[in-house]
Design a protein around this ligand. Structure first.
Ligand code: ADP
Ligand code: MG
Length: 700
């Protein structure tokens, strides 16, 4: 295989269509798999490895398992149902046990490929039928008949199995993978320096890539794969290390001075004492703000952990230094709520607070004028604050509420504004640590990991929908005590597609049949902002006692006397969402309850979600579980979140590796910021090629 390469000057970056055996049509299918050049193909790792040897394994298999194994065909049976449909059954064995595989649809000529006595490889999930384990529609490979794959693969004991697309076949993939390595092995470049390879015992890249495709010991593949995961994580951390270095040495922020004026006065008049966590986080924020560096810090704290007050202290520090402070909320309802709270809290202080919303309203021009001439000290608003033609007199501090989904480029834009204001992000969604290290590597983190002592953890119960009457009886007691109730439902109106309870029907049922004596209103996303606002306000004042809604109730909405949350079809909600929903109760001093109503059937994962909710109220635990169950992509949403698309690394399984990669990257940049040392030449070259452009966009 190590024949020297007659490669074109592009080496492994040669476009895939020029590789022997590919051509234009196939290259289009390969592109769908992300394979554009030879290197992409080399990095397209098998999903599985077929062994030609039959190892007794059937006995260990259980219902629900996913299994891939090699076995012998014992018998083949094709028959027709009374409706004239064909069913194919194939009996297989591994010399000790037997199993039946079944196909209800298959291409013509398929059954003839199964020859009793021949060896096949199967991959599928075990199910049970009439008490018998079986495989329905497994993936099959006919191990004995690989003639079309050339001499090389014929002699191998193990064969790679690739993910496919279009009319690509395993045989074709194997063939072109082989020729890629035959021609281009010599052009494979190393991208980790010798010191790291030695330290972690990683194989050189060339060798590791070959092992991934041509392994003799599939059991050792995970160990080889680690090197690729490390590379990926390491380079993403190198970017953050460079970012931090650049930021610390180039960007001058504002060095505020702790004058103990407005902040001290606020502390003295608060009706409560700050929690230990609030004090700790405030120290972290003040240290940042009083340094010359521009602050970029995120405060993560569960709903109700008291982030607003923390942000207010920081705003007052800016104000007592003669600067303006801004608070951006994601929605108008939240902006209103912050405004009302903050006006209250600073009532005794010489601080002017104003509220700027989008659209046109009376007095807007005056507010803009106050912002422009500096008479407004604290400005609260939605994103309109940054988007509209609002110019600040002397903006020194910006806090962004509930907006951890801001991508890194948006953060960079905000950071470059005016005087390079200090930036504080508030997040009510606890974020798993591996994500903060990869997505928010440009920020410092503060954790508000303690709730005010007045809060009791919400008690959570999983109830089946046929026991809903018992739930209503328990809820009735809370209503009698003057408490308020949220009922959340996934759909607005009846749908013929799915058989689900919808908010409209539920509202009608509750207001006429269950609790006709209490005022009960409906809130959903198709209502106008004004309508939603009016309904929310009437719930806040207590005039409405029961609020039936879809998930539109804003995060962070604070109604202390709401002590019950009922979530219908809880099996359909994600963990993060359930946690957010539950966070709307438990805001007052009274014990609160959350009823998760499940409708059968539900999946095993759905049950796991519900049980997690019932077991803990710790947002960080819930976030880790969410990451485990869903994976980072879904957990974190779209591209704009800046979530790096890792091909090799898993943010769940590779957390220890991430920690190592981060330490290495930061210590290298610390010692050699421009990667000029000869021993880092490999890094410099690779970094320049892959990341320099990205670096330009995000540095601030
Ligand atoms: P969140 O972190 O969800 O934004 P808020 O800042 O809205 O939380 O605070 C929730 C409630 O808790 C507010 O009514 C606030 O006044 C109150 N609160 C904040 N800190 C404390 C404290 N240390 N002790 C008691 N109550 C507090
Ligand atoms: Mg808040």
């Amino acid at each position: 295989m190590e024949k020297s390469a007659p490669a074109t000057s592009q080496g492994t970056l040669t476009q895939i269509q020029y590789l022997k055996g590919v051509g234009e049509a196939r290259s289009r299918h390969l592109a769908k798999l992300g394979i554009r050049n030879v290197l992409d193909l080399m990095e397209y790792f098998p999903r599985d490895y077929i062994s030609r040897k039959i190892e007794p394994k059937l006995k260990e298999l259980r219902h629900g398992d996913r299994a891939a194994f090699t076995a012998m065909v014992s018998w083949v049976d094709e028959r027709k149902t009374h409706k004239g449909k064909s069913i194919l059954s194939v009996g297989i064995s591994d010399a000790r046990s037997t199993l039946v595989c079944t196909w209800f649809s298959y291409p013509k000529g398929f059954p003839q490929q199964f020859k009793p006595g021949s060896t096949i490889w199967l991959n599928g999930q075990l199910t049970e039928y009439n008490g018998q384990l079986q495989l329905v529609h497994p993936q099959v490979e006919f191990v004995d008949r690989l003639e079309d794959e050339g001499d090389f693969w014929k002699k191998r004991d193990h064969l790679p199995v690739y993910g496919l697309s279009g009319n690509l076949t395993q045989a074709l993939l194997r063939k072109i993978v082989y020729s890629a390595f035959e021609l281009y092995t010599q052009s494979i470049e190393e991208n980790l320096p010798p010191c790291l390879l030695d330290k972690y015992g990683f194989l050189p890249r060339k060798e590791a890539l070959q092992k991934m495709h041509f392994t003799l010991e599939p059991g050792k593949v995970p160990e080889v794969r680690k090197r690729f995961a490390f590379e990926e994580l390491f380079y993403s951390q190198l970017l953050w290390a460079r970012h931090k270095r650049h930021h610390n040495s180039h960007t001058r922020g504002i060095a505020f001075e702790n004058k103990r004026d407005l902040t001290t006065r606020l502390r003295k008049q608060l009706p409560f004492t700050l929690t230990g966590a609030q004090k700790k986080v405030l120290r972290e924020i003040f240290t940042d703000m009083c340094s010359e560096r521009q602050m970029s810090r995120m405060v993560q704290g569960d709903v109700g952990s008291g982030k607003t007050i923390v942000a207010l202290f920081a705003m007052l520090l800016a104000v007592e230094n003669g600067y303006q402070a801004a608070l951006m909320a994601p929605t108008e309802i939240l902006a209103d709520q912050h405004y009302a709270n903050i006006v209250d809290l600073v009532a005794e202080l010489p601080v002017k607070v104003c509220l700027l919303k989008g659209g046109s309203f009376k007095g807007k021009a005056q507010i803009k004028k106050d912002i422009g001439d500096g008479s407004a000290n604290i400005v609260i608003g939605t994103h309109a604050l940054l988007q509209e033609d609002v110019s600040f007199f002397k903006l020194g501090f910006v806090t962004v509420d509930e907006q951890h989904r801001f991508g890194v480029q948006q953060r960079a834009t905000l950071a470059r504004k005016d005087n390079h204001p200090d930036l504080l992000y508030l997040s009510a969604t606890p974020i798993p640590r591996s994500l903060t290290l990869t997505v928010f590597g440009d920020m410092e983190m503060s954790l508000l990991d303690e709730l005010p002592p007045t809060r009791k953890p919400v008690q959570t119960f999983i109830r089946s929908n046929n026991k809903i009457d018992i739930v209503y009886r328990e809820v009735a007691k809370e209503l009698e005590q003057g408490q308020q109730v949220y009922v959340v439902c996934p759909l607005i109106e009846e749908s013929d597609k799915v058989d689900l309870l919808d908010a409209e029907r539920l509202h009608k049922h509750i207001s006429t049949k269950v609790f006709p004596q209490y005022s009960c209103r409906l809130l959903h996303g198709r209502m106008s902002t004004a309508e939603k606002y009016e309904i929310m306000s009437s719930f806040k004042t207590g005039e409405t006692r029961i609020l039936v809604s879809t998930t539109v109730i804003e995060v962070g909405v604070d109604v202390p006397s709401a002590s019950v949350m009922i979530v219908e079809h809880a099996e359909r909600f994600g963990l993060a969402q359930l946690h957010q929903l539950r966070g709307r109760v438990g805001r007052g001093a009274r014990q609160s309850y959350c009823y998760l109503i499940e409708h059968l059937p539900r999946s095993r994962i759905a049950l796991e979600r519900l049980e997690t909710m019932a077991r803990t109220t710790d947002g960080f635990l819930i976030a880790e579980k969410d990451l485990e169950l869903r994976g980072p992509g879904e957990l974190f949403g779209t591209e704009q979140s800046g979530l790096p698309q890792f091909r090799f690394a898993s943010l769940v399984a590779d957390q220890p590796l991430l920690k190592q990669a981060r330490e290495e990257a930061f210590s290298i940049i610390d010692a050699d910021p421009e990667l000029d040392l000869p021993k880092h030449a490999v890094l410099k070259k690779h970094y320049g090629r892959e990341l320099a452009a990205k670096e330009k966009l995000i540095l601030y």
